[in-house]
Design a protein around this ligand. Structure first.
Ligand code: GLV
Length: 309
């Protein structure tokens, strides 16, 4: 049974080489060179051309090469019978937590401000907040969100989380559903978005949400660009309610050269690198599911198509 890689943007060669290194006899194909379409049952996907999967009448599994599956589910022509899986990987989880921690600490200790002062040869000591003085709110308490929240808690921050349904996490206050969103926002001085992108969470980082945060709140979006209403962020930064934002994901990626985020003094831009799947580390679970599919066993890390994660 072949594996087909359907990927418009990411590391195709790396995936082919890694799969081949693990299983030299594996028949790895790269879309659009699919060979006989009826032979294809297992696809590895990232940002596929919409409608592409309709070409494979016997397709049974689409495996996302990342943690998110929104790039698959946005396809209106997804075959109904196909199971969708995602990557759940310790390295991916750890990398996300360390990246968010870096952004949080960079903000709290104003390292960018000191870099600027250095450029001007200015010795200016500023007062700073301690970790325990700051409430961090993590939106999304799935694998990435809950681990990140726990790591921030270990550093001494007051951490709280918000999710669609109630979650219990040690030493972390949790809130659930739209009815508890306002209470969660009111004490989130730093707001971290790690939500899955679904119709319910799209545009959740908007003016109304921002207004419910304490003054000088700081926004970190490491989930998806579509969570953020871009103009609302700029307005709330410019009117002084928000103190800044670190954004790793954007509605359009790469971020267009003329986009106002690039030059905004209080926005930090990184190019969707918070946590990137390393094929070496994720290949085992892909092959495990490939084997399971052949043996007609239940697959790992299957996502719910109705929930969207
Ligand atoms: C990255 O954005 C992922 O979903 O893994």
């Amino acid at each position: 049974m072949p594996i087909i890689i359907v990927n418009q943007s990411r590391y195709i060669r790396h995936w082919v080489d890694t799969l081949k290194a693990k299983r030299p006899d594996l028949d790895v194909r790269v879309y659009p060179d699919a060979g006989a379409p009826e032979e294809i049952e297992f696809a590895l996907a990232w940002n596929h051309p919409l409608g592409a999967f309709q070409e494979f009448p016997n397709l049974k599994c689409i495996a996302s090469t990342g943690a998110g599956v929104d790039h698959i589910l946005r396809d209106p022509d997804l075959p109904a019978q196909v199971q969708i899986t995602r990557i759940v990987d310790e390295n991916l989880t750890h990398d996300m937590a360390t990246f968010v921690t870096a952004l949080v600490l960079n903000h709290v200790r104003d390292l960018d401000g000191y870099k600027e002062a250095q450029r001007e040869r200015t010795w200016a000591q500023k007062r700073y907040l301690r970790t325990q003085d700051l409430g961090i709110g993590v939106m999304g308490l799935g694998v990435l969100g809950s681990y990140t929240a726990l790591q921030l808690r270990k550093l001494g921050f007051r951490v709280q989380g918000w999710a669609k349904s109630p979650k219990v996490l040690e030493d972390i206050g949790t809130y659930a559903g739209p009815e508890e969103l306002d209470a969660f926002l009111a004490s989130s001085r730093i707001l971290v978005c790690l939500l899955p992108l679904t119709p319910e969470t799209a545009n959740i980082l908007n003016k109304e949400t921002f207004q419910k945060l304490p003054k000088d709140a700081f926004i970190i979006n490491v989930a998806r660009g579509e969570h953020l209403v871009e103009q609302d962020l700029i307005e709330m930064l410019d009117d002084g309610h928000l103190s800044g934002a670190s954004l790793d994901v954007f509605r359009e990626e790469p971020l267009p050269e003329n986009h106002p985020f690039w030059s905004h003094p209080r926005i930090n831009v990184t190019p969707h690198i918070a946590s990137v799947t390393n094929p070496e580390s994720a290949v085992e679970q892909i092959l495990e599911n490939y084997d399971r599919l052949q043996k007609k066993e239940p697959l790992l890390n299957v996502v719910s198509r109705t929930k969207g994660y």
